[in-house]
Design a protein around this ligand. Structure first.
Ligand SMILES: Cc1cc2nc3c(=O)[nH]c(=O)nc-3n(C[C@H](O)[C@H](O)[C@H](O)COP(=O)(O)OP(=O)(O)OC[C@H]3O[C@@H](n4cnc5c(N)ncnc54)[C@H](O)[C@@H]3O)c2cc1C
Length: 339
């Protein structure tokens, strides 16, 4: 009991903490209700040997040297700079984020109504004015001809053998034991000195203060007997149909190349309650009421549990941010609890 730790969730937040504590001699049990590790970064080779990300495309990018160094212990990398296009009503592909060339092709006055409004309203199920400006401003409008989606990040690469393989290496330690298809139950806590929990915080507290809203995505996978469709991995829609974007997997260079087939996935946003309670994106509303509800949950006294990750902290975090946050949480715990 004194050195036993429970980690709920085998995604980035849980796996990084498990590894850091395991290396310091704690016995770490990692549980996940899904039948695989890697959380939402899970990828697999489909029937055409194309590497598909089951929960949408995960592009790794960061300026954080220590995050990149930490993960590099568990994977080699393939360089990849993400490029995105939007498809217009007449079939033309133009560059996103909007740059000078996009503005020339579409007209500067049409930028919001072509690219921002339809995508954001579908994505969040809200009117543009109800969405927090922080979300809208995540995708800049540029005054240059740069075509890169993440132009400022020093490290942009994909794990050479995929995310799942990287997680296998991360969790491969004699002090770490992983149990899949195991949902968290409160009665488990008694056996451990501390619990790091990446499940939704409102679910943990039985929704006692009310549910926190999330957006979800339905994924529609299609295999086609042609070599390739798009020049880039991601194409966003500008129409008001149900889909926000389509991803062509072989355009991510760590995928094996099949010259006969290509695999694409359409993303259809919806509420998590319409999708088996699959929670993907915390909803950051302009009024801030969702965040306020989260903070009420966070105030509940619970010294044995640390809530981690995007569900435990109710915030959208990129992978590098989750890794950075989990490294900090593990370091603090190790400082306060030596064996
Ligand atoms: C569609 C999409 C695209 C994304 N693209 C990018 C990208 O390009 N670049 C980037 O940096 N980031 C991207 N992200 C963000 C990335 O997915 C997150 O940063 C990362 O997955 C967060 O890790 P986590 O451990 O917090 O959560 P998760 O990966 O979701 O892991 C949490 C785990 O906890 C498990 N769990 C939940 N409840 C329970 C329970 N009650 N009992 C047991 N287990 C439980 C879940 O099954 C899950 O495996 C994207 C996210 C989405 C949704």
């Amino acid at each position: 009991m004194l050195n036993k730790i429970l980690v709920v969730g085998a995604g980035f937040s849980g796996a990084v903490i498990a590894r850091m504590l395991g290396e310091k001699g704690f016995h770490v049990e990692v549980i996940d209700k899904r039948n695989h590790i890697a959380g939402n970064a899970f990828d697999f080779h489909n029937g055409h040997n194309i590497l598909v990300h089951q929960y949408g495309p995960h592009l790794f990018h960061t300026n954080n040297q220590s995050v990149f160094a930490f993960l590099s212990r568990f994977t080699d990398w393939v360089d990849y700079q993400h490029r995105v296009k939007a498809i217009l009503a007449d079939g033309r592909l133009v560059t996103l984020p909007v740059n000078l060339d996009t503005k020339d092709q579409v007209g500067e006055d049409k930028v919001i109504d072509t690219f921002i409004r339809p995508y954001s309203e579908k994505m969040w199920g809200l009117k543009l004015e109800e969405i927090s400006p922080d979300i809208i401003n995540r995708v800049p409008i540029r005054n240059d001809q740069n075509e890169l989606y993440f132009p400022d990040d020093q490290f942009q690469a994909m794990p050479k053998a995929g995310y799942t393989k990287m997680f296998e290496n991360l969790l491969d330690h004699p002090n770490i034991h992983v149990r899949l298809e195991t949902a968290f139950e409160k009665s488990m806590e008694a056996d451990y000195m501390h619990v790091f929990n990446s499940m939704p915080i409102d679910e943990y507290y039985d929704y006692s203060l009310g549910p926190l809203p999330y957006r979800s995505l339905k994924f529609h996978h299609v295999d086609l007997p042609i070599p390739r469709i798009f020049p880039v991995c991601q194409v966003n829609f500008t129409n008001d149909g149900p889909y926000t974007r389509v991803v062509e997997w072989k355009n991510i260079p760590n995928s094996p190349q099949n010259e006969q087939f290509t695999s694409i996935t359409y993303e259809e946003p919806c509420s998590y309650t319409e999708n088996n309670n699959e929670r993907f994106y915390p909803v950051k509303d302009a009024s801030g009421k969702n965040r306020a509800l989260f903070l009420q949950y966070k105030q509940i006294e619970n010294p044995k549990t640390t809530f981690i990750g995007r569900l435990g902290q109710y915030v959208y975090l990129d992978m590098h941010q989750v890794v950075s946050s989990s490294i900090a949480i593990a370091e603090k715990f190790l400082k306060e609890n030596t064996l």
